[in-house]
Write a protein that binds this ligand. Sequence first.
Ligand SMILES: [Zn+2]
Length: 314
Amino acid sequence: MLHKKTFLFAGLSAALWGMAILPAQAAVVASIKPLGFIASAIADGVTPTEVLLPDGASEHDYSLRPSDVKRLQGADLVVWVGPEMEAFMQKSVGQLPAQKQLTLAMLDGVKPLLMKGSDEDDHDHGGHDASEQKRDDDHHHGEYNMHIWLSPEIARLSAVAIHDKLVELIPAKKAQLDANLQHFESALSRTDKQVGTVLAPLKGKGYFVFHDAYGYFEKHYGLTPSGHFTVNPEIQPGAQRLHEIRTQLVEHKAVCVFAEPQFRPAVIHAVARGTSVRSGTLDPLGIEVAPGKDSYMQFLTGLANQYASCLKGD
Ligand SMILES: [Zn+2]
């Protein structure tokens, strides 16, 4: 027992000591991983990039930990979509000086590209239990669809804005930042063409998603979703709700229904059971992608392959 206690104490003091010598801040802190992909491409070789939202957390209802607040306070630049997406950051970002924050949804070039949120669909508002209703409310508190990182066009504008901010903050690194932006833009335009080629044969195929997130990507590449269902990813929907969903799937002749990595397989299987609809997975936050210079391109390519692997074939 005594031995164990000593061991524990030694471990604890090492942990404390370790914390004290770790760098207290990253230069660029991005709210969510895909923005981290863009920021790390531009900041590559200049300054480190960190991502605030842990893998598996929701961009709609995260709560900042005290260490997150410290990270935001210590950042040289915070990159986020804006209060209609990451509401959990609003207070912390509001306390930062203007030159240390970049609100992508507010950029002059981005504002005219914002798509309306799809509140209008009628097949989404019957038979919810309380938790589903809450998710739905979380999703539709804004007028616009704020999943703007799924637009290659807005991603490019975001890269330019991050570049411009970093040049202001670190003028000595302008040449490197310029080269990084140029690399990003040409890699993005190549990837955009490749993804277009992968997705072109899938136009006209109907499908449903479980998250009203993909509008920008779908519009850009001409995909034709039939709609979305709001479903709690952890709880199997009740019999009535399942019946409604399956009826929609059959009526729209949907080929696929797409869940996300956080969904329990049982929930997905319950939805598709008894229909010929295939199920697939979309990863809108790039959980599977490691941050790096070309990670945004890998993210887009991965998403395209996720659509294609379910929608192609008959
Ligand atoms: Zn979302």
